[in-house]
Design a protein around this ligand. Structure first.
Ligand code: AVI
Length: 323
Protein backbone atom coordinates (compact mmCIF):
# COMPACT_ATOMS: atom_id res chain seq x y z
CA UNK A 1 0.00 0.00 0.00
CA UNK A 2 1.49 3.40 -0.90
CA UNK A 3 1.91 6.26 1.61
CA UNK A 4 -1.25 8.06 0.44
CA UNK A 5 -3.49 4.97 0.72
CA UNK A 6 -1.95 4.11 4.08
CA UNK A 7 -2.59 7.66 5.40
CA UNK A 8 -6.21 7.46 4.21
CA UNK A 9 -6.66 4.07 5.91
CA UNK A 10 -5.21 5.49 9.17
CA UNK A 11 -7.46 8.57 8.92
CA UNK A 12 -10.47 6.24 8.82
CA UNK A 13 -9.29 4.61 12.09
CA UNK A 14 -9.17 1.12 10.62
CA UNK A 15 -8.35 -1.56 13.17
CA UNK A 16 -5.34 -3.84 12.59
CA UNK A 17 -7.30 -6.49 10.67
CA UNK A 18 -8.95 -3.92 8.38
CA UNK A 19 -5.53 -2.30 7.75
CA UNK A 20 -4.17 -5.70 6.69
CA UNK A 21 -7.23 -6.20 4.45
CA UNK A 22 -6.67 -2.76 2.86
CA UNK A 23 -2.96 -3.47 2.32
CA UNK A 24 -3.61 -6.87 0.72
CA UNK A 25 -6.41 -5.58 -1.54
CA UNK A 26 -4.33 -2.67 -2.83
CA UNK A 27 -1.26 -4.86 -3.39
CA UNK A 28 -3.29 -7.61 -5.07
CA UNK A 29 -5.26 -5.29 -7.38
CA UNK A 30 -1.92 -3.73 -8.41
CA UNK A 31 -0.66 -7.13 -9.71
CA UNK A 32 -0.87 -8.24 -13.34
CA UNK A 33 -3.08 -10.28 -13.56
CA UNK A 34 -5.14 -8.75 -10.75
CA UNK A 35 -6.07 -11.00 -7.86
CA UNK A 36 -7.73 -11.06 -4.42
CA UNK A 37 -7.07 -13.54 -1.62
CA UNK A 38 -9.83 -16.12 -0.97
CA UNK A 39 -9.38 -15.57 2.77
CA UNK A 40 -11.39 -12.35 2.36
CA UNK A 41 -14.51 -14.21 1.18
CA UNK A 42 -15.51 -14.96 4.76
CA UNK A 43 -17.12 -11.88 6.33
CA UNK A 44 -20.59 -12.49 7.89
CA UNK A 45 -22.35 -12.35 4.47
CA UNK A 46 -19.69 -14.54 2.79
CA UNK A 47 -19.75 -17.12 5.58
CA UNK A 48 -23.54 -17.32 5.29
CA UNK A 49 -23.26 -17.76 1.50
CA UNK A 50 -20.64 -20.47 2.02
CA UNK A 51 -23.02 -22.32 4.36
CA UNK A 52 -25.61 -22.18 1.54
CA UNK A 53 -23.01 -23.53 -0.93
CA UNK A 54 -22.42 -26.57 1.30
CA UNK A 55 -26.11 -27.51 0.88
CA UNK A 56 -26.25 -27.15 -2.93
CA UNK A 57 -26.98 -30.30 -4.93
CA UNK A 58 -23.94 -29.63 -7.18
CA UNK A 59 -21.50 -29.02 -4.29
CA UNK A 60 -20.60 -32.59 -3.28
CA UNK A 61 -17.55 -32.01 -0.95
CA UNK A 62 -19.32 -31.19 2.34
CA UNK A 63 -21.96 -33.90 2.31
CA UNK A 64 -19.47 -36.48 1.00
CA UNK A 65 -16.91 -35.71 3.69
CA UNK A 66 -19.67 -35.86 6.33
CA UNK A 67 -20.75 -39.27 5.04
CA UNK A 68 -17.14 -40.54 5.26
CA UNK A 69 -16.75 -39.23 8.84
CA UNK A 70 -20.09 -40.81 9.75
CA UNK A 71 -19.49 -44.18 8.05
CA UNK A 72 -15.84 -44.52 9.09
CA UNK A 73 -16.17 -43.07 12.59
CA UNK A 74 -15.31 -46.42 14.24
CA UNK A 75 -12.19 -46.90 12.12
CA UNK A 76 -11.05 -43.35 12.91
CA UNK A 77 -11.76 -43.83 16.63
CA UNK A 78 -9.71 -47.05 16.61
CA UNK A 79 -6.47 -45.24 15.76
CA UNK A 80 -6.91 -42.30 18.15
CA UNK A 81 -5.29 -42.58 21.58
CA UNK A 82 -7.71 -42.22 24.51
CA UNK A 83 -7.53 -38.80 26.17
CA UNK A 84 -5.89 -37.07 23.19
CA UNK A 85 -6.29 -33.34 22.53
CA UNK A 86 -8.07 -32.61 19.25
CA UNK A 87 -6.68 -29.43 17.66
CA UNK A 88 -8.89 -28.05 14.87
CA UNK A 89 -7.17 -25.68 12.42
CA UNK A 90 -9.89 -23.11 11.59
CA UNK A 91 -13.30 -23.18 13.23
CA UNK A 92 -16.28 -23.34 10.91
CA UNK A 93 -19.58 -25.11 11.43
CA UNK A 94 -19.22 -27.69 14.21
CA UNK A 95 -21.06 -30.50 12.38
CA UNK A 96 -17.89 -32.38 11.41
CA UNK A 97 -16.04 -32.08 14.69
CA UNK A 98 -19.15 -33.22 16.58
CA UNK A 99 -19.01 -36.50 14.65
CA UNK A 100 -15.41 -37.07 15.83
CA UNK A 101 -16.15 -35.97 19.39
CA UNK A 102 -19.08 -38.40 19.61
CA UNK A 103 -17.08 -41.30 18.26
CA UNK A 104 -13.67 -40.83 19.95
CA UNK A 105 -12.70 -40.41 23.63
CA UNK A 106 -10.89 -37.06 23.38
CA UNK A 107 -9.58 -35.42 26.55
CA UNK A 108 -9.72 -31.88 25.18
CA UNK A 109 -10.74 -29.87 22.13
CA UNK A 110 -8.68 -26.89 20.93
CA UNK A 111 -10.38 -24.90 18.12
CA UNK A 112 -8.00 -22.36 16.55
CA UNK A 113 -9.33 -19.44 14.55
CA UNK A 114 -8.57 -15.78 13.89
CA UNK A 115 -12.14 -14.75 14.72
CA UNK A 116 -12.31 -14.66 18.55
CA UNK A 117 -16.08 -13.96 18.73
CA UNK A 118 -16.94 -16.87 16.47
CA UNK A 119 -14.65 -19.17 18.44
CA UNK A 120 -16.25 -18.25 21.73
CA UNK A 121 -19.77 -18.95 20.43
CA UNK A 122 -18.61 -22.28 19.01
CA UNK A 123 -16.83 -23.25 22.26
CA UNK A 124 -19.87 -22.36 24.39
CA UNK A 125 -22.19 -24.51 22.25
CA UNK A 126 -19.80 -27.49 22.43
CA UNK A 127 -19.34 -27.19 26.21
CA UNK A 128 -23.10 -27.40 26.58
CA UNK A 129 -23.40 -30.54 24.44
CA UNK A 130 -20.19 -32.24 25.68
CA UNK A 131 -20.09 -31.29 29.39
CA UNK A 132 -17.13 -33.61 30.14
CA UNK A 133 -14.95 -32.22 27.38
CA UNK A 134 -12.37 -29.53 28.21
CA UNK A 135 -12.53 -26.86 25.46
CA UNK A 136 -9.59 -24.44 25.10
CA UNK A 137 -10.17 -22.01 22.20
CA UNK A 138 -7.07 -20.31 20.75
CA UNK A 139 -7.58 -17.03 18.84
CA UNK A 140 -4.76 -17.14 16.26
CA UNK A 141 -4.02 -17.27 12.55
CA UNK A 142 -3.73 -21.04 12.16
CA UNK A 143 -1.46 -20.72 9.09
CA UNK A 144 1.28 -19.19 11.29
CA UNK A 145 3.03 -20.75 14.32
CA UNK A 146 1.04 -20.54 17.58
CA UNK A 147 1.40 -22.12 21.04
CA UNK A 148 -0.95 -24.81 22.32
CA UNK A 149 -2.53 -24.20 25.77
CA UNK A 150 -0.43 -25.50 28.71
CA UNK A 151 -3.33 -27.74 29.79
CA UNK A 152 -2.95 -29.97 26.70
CA UNK A 153 0.87 -30.09 26.56
CA UNK A 154 1.08 -33.56 28.16
CA UNK A 155 -1.76 -35.09 26.08
CA UNK A 156 -1.27 -36.94 22.76
CA UNK A 157 -2.18 -34.53 19.92
CA UNK A 158 -4.49 -35.06 16.94
CA UNK A 159 -4.85 -32.27 14.37
CA UNK A 160 -8.11 -31.87 12.42
CA UNK A 161 -8.29 -30.00 9.13
CA UNK A 162 -11.52 -30.92 7.30
CA UNK A 163 -13.34 -29.37 4.34
CA UNK A 164 -10.50 -29.59 1.83
CA UNK A 165 -9.43 -26.12 2.92
CA UNK A 166 -5.94 -27.40 2.09
CA UNK A 167 -7.02 -27.16 -1.57
CA UNK A 168 -7.35 -23.37 -1.28
CA UNK A 169 -3.60 -23.12 -0.61
CA UNK A 170 -1.03 -23.07 -3.41
CA UNK A 171 0.91 -26.38 -3.20
CA UNK A 172 3.95 -24.65 -1.63
CA UNK A 173 1.64 -23.00 0.95
CA UNK A 174 -0.04 -26.36 1.62
CA UNK A 175 3.43 -27.83 2.32
CA UNK A 176 4.31 -24.90 4.63
CA UNK A 177 1.00 -25.30 6.50
CA UNK A 178 1.45 -29.06 6.97
CA UNK A 179 5.03 -28.53 8.15
CA UNK A 180 3.89 -25.85 10.62
CA UNK A 181 1.07 -28.10 11.92
CA UNK A 182 3.68 -30.87 12.39
CA UNK A 183 5.85 -28.49 14.46
CA UNK A 184 2.90 -27.22 16.55
CA UNK A 185 1.48 -30.69 17.28
CA UNK A 186 4.91 -32.20 17.94
CA UNK A 187 6.45 -35.68 17.76
CA UNK A 188 4.04 -38.59 17.82
CA UNK A 189 1.11 -36.44 16.64
CA UNK A 190 -1.55 -37.53 14.18
CA UNK A 191 -3.65 -35.47 11.81
CA UNK A 192 -7.11 -36.14 10.31
CA UNK A 193 -7.46 -34.19 7.09
CA UNK A 194 -10.13 -33.92 4.38
CA UNK A 195 -8.94 -33.62 0.78
CA UNK A 196 -11.00 -33.22 -2.38
CA UNK A 197 -10.10 -35.57 -5.23
CA UNK A 198 -9.57 -35.16 -8.96
CA UNK A 199 -12.58 -36.28 -10.95
CA UNK A 200 -14.65 -35.73 -14.06
CA UNK A 201 -14.29 -32.13 -15.33
CA UNK A 202 -18.05 -31.66 -15.63
CA UNK A 203 -18.73 -32.61 -11.99
CA UNK A 204 -16.04 -30.16 -10.86
CA UNK A 205 -17.32 -27.43 -13.18
CA UNK A 206 -20.90 -27.78 -11.92
CA UNK A 207 -19.82 -27.72 -8.25
CA UNK A 208 -18.46 -24.18 -8.76
CA UNK A 209 -21.13 -23.01 -11.25
CA UNK A 210 -24.35 -23.96 -9.44
CA UNK A 211 -27.65 -23.35 -11.18
CA UNK A 212 -28.99 -21.21 -8.30
CA UNK A 213 -26.04 -18.78 -8.60
CA UNK A 214 -24.99 -19.00 -4.93
CA UNK A 215 -21.30 -19.46 -5.79
CA UNK A 216 -21.51 -16.40 -8.05
CA UNK A 217 -22.94 -14.36 -5.16
CA UNK A 218 -20.23 -15.73 -2.83
CA UNK A 219 -17.51 -14.68 -5.30
CA UNK A 220 -19.02 -11.23 -5.97
CA UNK A 221 -19.50 -10.58 -2.23
CA UNK A 222 -15.77 -9.88 -1.87
CA UNK A 223 -16.25 -6.73 -3.98
CA UNK A 224 -19.23 -5.68 -1.83
CA UNK A 225 -17.07 -6.31 1.25
CA UNK A 226 -14.34 -4.02 -0.13
CA UNK A 227 -17.01 -1.33 -0.62
CA UNK A 228 -18.44 -1.86 2.89
CA UNK A 229 -15.23 -2.07 4.86
CA UNK A 230 -12.72 -0.07 2.83
CA UNK A 231 -15.00 2.51 1.18
CA UNK A 232 -14.39 1.27 -2.39
CA UNK A 233 -16.81 2.08 -5.20
CA UNK A 234 -16.99 -1.24 -7.09
CA UNK A 235 -20.15 -1.52 -9.19
CA UNK A 236 -20.72 -5.19 -8.29
CA UNK A 237 -23.20 -5.60 -11.18
CA UNK A 238 -20.39 -4.69 -13.62
CA UNK A 239 -18.52 -7.94 -12.77
CA UNK A 240 -19.46 -11.52 -13.47
CA UNK A 241 -18.49 -14.84 -11.83
CA UNK A 242 -16.38 -17.32 -13.81
CA UNK A 243 -15.12 -20.71 -12.57
CA UNK A 244 -13.13 -23.10 -14.78
CA UNK A 245 -11.28 -26.36 -14.17
CA UNK A 246 -7.61 -26.14 -15.15
CA UNK A 247 -6.76 -29.82 -15.65
CA UNK A 248 -3.00 -29.27 -16.20
CA UNK A 249 -2.74 -27.54 -12.83
CA UNK A 250 -5.34 -29.79 -11.10
CA UNK A 251 -7.35 -26.81 -9.88
CA UNK A 252 -10.64 -24.96 -10.08
CA UNK A 253 -9.93 -21.27 -10.71
CA UNK A 254 -12.50 -18.66 -9.73
CA UNK A 255 -12.43 -15.25 -11.36
CA UNK A 256 -14.44 -12.02 -11.34
CA UNK A 257 -14.64 -10.71 -14.90
CA UNK A 258 -15.14 -7.04 -15.71
CA UNK A 259 -18.15 -6.67 -18.02
CA UNK A 260 -16.85 -3.37 -19.45
CA UNK A 261 -14.05 -0.80 -19.35
CA UNK A 262 -14.28 0.79 -15.91
CA UNK A 263 -12.28 2.46 -13.18
CA UNK A 264 -12.72 1.72 -9.48
CA UNK A 265 -11.64 4.12 -6.71
CA UNK A 266 -10.34 2.76 -3.43
CA UNK A 267 -8.44 4.58 -0.65
CA UNK A 268 -7.30 7.34 -2.98
CA UNK A 269 -6.15 4.88 -5.67
CA UNK A 270 -7.69 4.13 -9.10
CA UNK A 271 -7.82 0.66 -10.61
CA UNK A 272 -8.72 0.45 -14.30
CA UNK A 273 -10.27 -2.63 -15.87
CA UNK A 274 -10.45 -3.63 -19.54
CA UNK A 275 -13.64 -5.34 -20.76
CA UNK A 276 -13.17 -9.07 -19.98
CA UNK A 277 -10.29 -8.45 -17.55
CA UNK A 278 -10.13 -10.88 -14.63
CA UNK A 279 -9.54 -10.63 -10.90
CA UNK A 280 -8.38 -14.13 -9.89
CA UNK A 281 -10.09 -14.77 -6.55
CA UNK A 282 -9.56 -18.45 -5.68
CA UNK A 283 -7.84 -21.71 -6.56
CA UNK A 284 -9.28 -24.97 -5.29
CA UNK A 285 -6.70 -27.72 -5.88
CA UNK A 286 -7.88 -31.29 -6.37
CA UNK A 287 -5.50 -34.10 -5.42
CA UNK A 288 -4.85 -37.67 -6.46
CA UNK A 289 -3.94 -40.02 -3.61
CA UNK A 290 -0.36 -40.14 -4.93
CA UNK A 291 0.08 -36.37 -5.10
CA UNK A 292 -1.41 -35.86 -1.65
CA UNK A 293 0.81 -38.60 -0.14
CA UNK A 294 3.91 -36.98 -1.68
CA UNK A 295 2.87 -33.54 -0.39
CA UNK A 296 2.33 -34.88 3.14
CA UNK A 297 5.62 -36.82 3.07
CA UNK A 298 7.52 -33.68 2.05
CA UNK A 299 6.02 -31.88 5.06
CA UNK A 300 6.99 -34.51 7.67
CA UNK A 301 3.87 -36.69 7.70
CA UNK A 302 3.41 -40.37 6.82
CA UNK A 303 0.08 -41.61 5.48
CA UNK A 304 -1.41 -44.08 7.98
CA UNK A 305 -4.85 -44.68 6.49
CA UNK A 306 -7.18 -43.19 3.86
CA UNK A 307 -10.95 -43.40 3.63
CA UNK A 308 -13.09 -42.54 0.61
CA UNK A 309 -16.75 -42.59 -0.36
CA UNK A 310 -17.86 -45.31 -2.79
CA UNK A 311 -17.81 -42.88 -5.72
CA UNK A 312 -14.20 -41.86 -5.01
CA UNK A 313 -15.22 -38.19 -4.84
CA UNK A 314 -13.58 -37.14 -1.55
CA UNK A 315 -10.98 -38.47 0.86
CA UNK A 316 -10.23 -38.31 4.59
CA UNK A 317 -6.69 -39.24 5.68
CA UNK A 318 -5.00 -40.12 8.95
CA UNK A 319 -1.40 -38.86 8.95
CA UNK A 320 1.30 -39.65 11.50
CA UNK A 321 4.22 -37.31 12.25
CA UNK A 322 7.31 -38.98 10.79
CA UNK A 323 10.67 -38.86 12.62
C1 AVI B 1 -13.60 -23.64 1.61
N1 AVI B 1 -13.19 -24.28 0.34
C2 AVI B 1 -12.69 -25.63 0.55
C3 AVI B 1 -14.21 -24.18 -0.73
C4 AVI B 1 -13.71 -24.91 -2.02
O1 AVI B 1 -14.46 -25.74 -2.52
O2 AVI B 1 -12.60 -24.64 -2.46
C5 AVI B 1 -14.52 -22.74 -1.06
C6 AVI B 1 -15.47 -22.59 -2.21
N2 AVI B 1 -15.30 -21.81 -3.24
C7 AVI B 1 -16.34 -21.90 -4.05
N3 AVI B 1 -17.15 -22.80 -3.58
C8 AVI B 1 -16.67 -23.25 -2.40
Amino acid sequence: MNVHASALAKAQHFDEQTMAFARDVIDDLSQRPKRLSPKYFYDAAGSELFEQITLLPEYYPTRTELSILRDRGHAIAAIIPKGAALVEFGAGATTKVRLLLKECAFGAYVPVDISGDFLKAQADALRKDFPDLAVYPVAADFTAPFALPDAVQAMPKVGFFPGSTLGNFEPHEACTFLRSARAILGDGAQMIIGVDLEKDDRVLYDAYNDAAGVTARFNLNVLARINRELGGNFDVSAFTHRAIYNRERHRIEMHLISRKAQTVRLLGRSFSFRPGESIHTECSYKYSLERFTALARGAGWRLRESWMDNGGMFSVHALVASD
